[in-house]
Design a protein around this ligand. Structure first.
Ligand SMILES: [Zn+2]
Length: 189
């Protein structure tokens, strides 16, 4: 029996999709559905190409809207069939696109979320009473950003070990848990 034919689909999403852990979320979701493809930041929009089993692609397209990080509030602006690429294997977070006019969304600073509050108030937590507590769903964004798009390289966050191009799976997994700030370069200097 031959494997079912793969389908491909291109989705473009807008919303608060930068600086809230949205691309790592897409990465994990694609892996959960065993899909190939990539996700790319396009200055205010996120473009996703996924390819694989048609049921999995459909499930992915629903989850990407309904299981997204709460702050992202993604909205679908484009959903179209895409060309199946037989050479595509695995799912990548692609480099951000910076060479066209921006549909600018500057992510706002956000008050502490409930998860962080629980950690802050838990004496057994590593971050108990940590004054700079924050996560992908809360804390400073606007305060840290120097230019768009909201990538770590464009913020005052430490940039050591940040690859400017393709992000490997282990790196993406770590990024998904990354905290926007502990001590920024501005604050440290
Ligand atoms: Zn938080």
């Amino acid at each position: 029996m031959t494997a079912p034919a793969a389908v491909a689909r291109r989705l473009v999403l807008t919303g608060h999709v930068q600086g809230v852990g949205f691309r790592p979320f897409v990465y994990r979701l694609a892996h959960r559905h065993k899909l190939d493809g990539n996700v790319c930041n396009r200055l205010g929009e996120v473009e996703i190409v996924v390819q694989g089993d048609s049921n999995a692609v459909s499930a992915f397209a629903l989850d990407v809207l309904h299981a997204a990080p709460p702050l992202a509030a993604p909205r679908l602006v484009l959903d179209e069939p895409w060309r199946v690429d037989r050479n595509l294997h695995g799912f990548l977070i692609a480099p951000s696109e910076t060479d066209r006019a921006a549909r600018i969304f500057v992510p706002a600073d956000h008050f502490m979320c409930e998860d962080c509050r629980r950690e802050l108030e838990n004496p057994r937590d590593r971050r108990h009473r940590y004054p700079f507590i924050n996560c992908t769903q809360c804390g400073p964004r606007y305060t840290l950003i120097e230019r768009l798009p909201y990538d770590r390289l464009n913020t005052t966050l430490p940039v050591a070990n940040v690859a400017p191009c393709r992000v490997r799976p282990t790196r993406a997994a770590r990024l998904s848990r990354s905290r926007p700030v502990a001590v920024s370069r501005k604050a440290a200097s």
